[in-house]
Design a protein around this ligand. Structure first.
Ligand SMILES: [Zn+2]
Length: 417
């Protein structure tokens, strides 16, 4: 039975060259007695942009596990899969993030809605939930409205879940996550309770659930939103999950998955505190920001590496609209704050590295440059062998950036004091 541990952390490795450097961060944490399960995630969209196959993620992870002698659990996440995209992920993946956000708001059929409401009278009225000061209050109309909004999405999650389970030879062979984060409106804690009840009805043995939280989760930069509100929602969600595990027989290790888009530094202390106080676990999924550490490492390396880093920036700058358009909802770039390529061409490697490396207190840090480069990985992909050869030639300096980024900036605030 694949049972996901209390703490897990998802990393992306766009060019499949940093799995060992990433795993090293988990190993450093394990040396301090903190067990965090590494999960390598890569979405269909990323594979398509890079021209890679899901099997390459498993191969790179497997090789890192062997090279470092990692004895703990690890997983390969078919990230944000849907029914149309899951097939090529079936073989190499054992973690499936079932994305049903597109079906939120699709009207369920009348019978399904009626039978859900029939089956769940306990949702109507006052629901006492341990850990929440005010009991949840939902009228029949509110439960019905919520079910109308989410029932189709959960049914679809059930279909994909059963499809995957059957092909993987049983429920015990996968870790399933249901994700609803890629949508406009956050799910409130009462809505989450309705969703979990519906998931139980569908027989989905999910071990993680990724709701959309309040606030903006831009790629590669910090959270933008109301921290007090986030903390309240996050803690209420934890309480709702604990309640639903008992009430609906969901897996006892079911936990929140935060699709962070990486670098949500201001949320980490909130998540750590909530976890310490409640005993809850969490999964933090990061985006493919490891590739930015590759750029940082190449810039630091100087010579041809620096040359390529400058070229990639120049190309990205000239194609700003093209590269940012698909990510419009998850980036905020002020183009007036982007240095012109001629200026960047005069920078030393250390200065270019500092402008990208996410240390907000460094005066050279530029979140606009960072976000632009983050979405411009296709430029590096187009370089093909030239890019990969430089990564390999500078593996030490690049790997050092990758490990430090994960360990110092993410794991330390999440797991250490
Ligand atoms: Zn997501």
């Amino acid at each position: 039975m694949l049972s996901l541990g209390r703490f897990s952390f998802g990393v992306g490795d766009r060019f499949a060259h940093q799995a060992s450097a990433q795993l090293r961060a988990f190993q450093k944490l394990a040396e301090r007695g903190i067990e965090v399960v590494p999960v390598w995630n890569k979405s269909n969209r990323e594979h398509t942009f890079i021209g890679s196959e899901p099997s390459s993620v498993r191969e790179a992870a497997q090789e890192a596990v062997r090279a470092l002698g990692w004895r703990g659990a690890w997983h390969v996440d078919a990230d944000h899969i849907q029914r149309q995209t899951v097939d090529r992920f079936l073989d190499p993946s054992d973690f499936f993030t079932i994305d049903v956000a597109d079906s939120i708001g699709r009207a369920p059929d009348t019978d399904a809605l009626a039978s859900f409401l029939d089956r769940h009278p306990e949702l109507i009225g006052t629901v006492e939930i341990g850990g929440i000061a005010e009991p949840l209050q939902m009228t029949l109309e509110q439960v019905e409205r919520t079910a109308r909004k989410y029932l189709s999405a959960v049914q679809e999650a059930g279909e994909i879940y059963r499809y995957v389970v059957e092909r993987k030879g049983g429920e015990g062979n996968i870790v399933a996550e249901v994700s609803m984060d890629e949508t406009d409106a956050p799910q409130t804690p009462p809505e989450l309770l309705v969703i979990l009840a519906a998931m139980a009805d569908q027989g989905i043995r999910a071990q993680t659930i990724a709701p959309k939280f309040t606030g903006r989760f831009n790629k590669g930069v910090d959270y933008v939103g109301d921290l007090v509100q986030f903390e309240k929602e996050y803690r209420d969600d934890l309480a709702v999950i604990a309640h639903a595990i008992g009430a609906y027989g969901l897996p006892g290790n079911l936990k929140l998955s935060v699709h962070s888009g990486s670098d949500k530094f201001s949320l980490y202390p909130i998540i750590r505190r909530a976890s310490a106080e409640t005993g809850a676990g969490f999964h933090i999924k990061t985006a493919g920001t490891t590739w930015l550490e590759e750029i940082i490492g190449l810039a630091e390396a100087g010579g041809e590496g620096l040359e390529l880093a400058r070229e990639i920036y120049a190309y990205a700058y000239e194609h700003l609209d093209e590269f940012t358009a698909p990510y419009a909802s998850v980036i905020d770039i002020d183009s007036s704050k982007l240095p012109v390529p001629a200026e960047v061409a005069s920078w030393e490697g250390a200065k270019l590295a500092s402008s990208v490396r996410h240390i907000p207190t460094n005066p050279d840090f530029n979140p606009h440059v960072r976000q632009l480069l983050h979405v411009s990985f296709k430029v590096a992909a187009k370089q093909g062998r030239r890019y990969l050869d430089l990564l390999e030639a500078n593996a030490d300096i690049v790997g050092k950036q990758v490990t430090e980024n994960i360990y110092d900036r993410h794991m330390a605030p999440l797991f250490l004091d």
